[in-house]
Design a protein around this ligand. Sequence first.
Ligand code: GLV
Length: 311
Amino acid sequence: MSILFHCPWHNNKEWLEVIKKQFKNKKIYILKDKPDLSKIECAIIWNISNHTLSKMSNVKILFSLGAGVDHITELKSYRGQPIIRLKDPFMAERMANHVLSQILFYQLNLKSFQEAQLINKWMNKYDEPALNNNMIIGILGVGYLGSFVGKQLQRYGYNIIGFKNSKPNVKYSFPVFYKKISLKKFLRQCDVLICILPSTSETHHMIDGNFLQEMKKKALLINVGRGSTLYEKSLMTHLKKYKQFYASLDVFEKEPLPKSSPLWKFSNVTVTPHIGSLTVVDTAVKYMFKKYQKYKKNGKIKNDVNLLKGY
Ligand code: GLV
């Protein structure tokens, strides 16, 4: 039995090297090697095709190369095999850094100074930036990454509130709303809303025109979860109407964001290419190897994904 590695990222050679080193005595295949897929026991993957997964009839463990698992669960041939997702403190740190950078860019009006610099203009008229303790930051989706981000932002003195779709069963360092009827109450308070939701049928286009209407007209929306959560058409209508509304988008309905997308041209939008929480190769491979050893020892491993919830 052997291992399949599939990764479409630019650094896939580095990944393969580190995996081969860590999984020393194992045969590691990539699709180009044309392995017998029915003999694959374990797959380390990102964006594998439905066809390939369907051929892996004996696969026992699927490692996601990221925190998200929708690239596997949304495949028709996924039959509930255990998925191990990455839970890496370095990825969480990267996410927190990214989010903080977007908050500060907005809060300190840095865009206006960048624009002024382009025309050699010393700006002597500007809005005074809000103080951290006067801002409420909402986190939509308080899982591993969301709760870490909230905790970090609290250290800077921001007021944090969270929202999740079921009753919290862990303790958070900030208040968490969870009832559907309290979503509006949550949204109305946010000066900044950070969306770190997974892609499920429930979150699909959750952020639509009605949702946006509940938010303050001057606010920042950061989407670092999944593009499917945000209905881009409604967002664009909202951004045209409310010029003080700003969106920082790292994920999109279609990725890469098509060159023809009007989103590129909005002055109240920042586009980043899905880099919010890049996977750290070394720690990720160590994490996967540890899980692999556990699976080998026990002969089975628990699925990180709740199949009913879909994440
Ligand atoms: C990135 O989107 C990830 O799921 O890690």
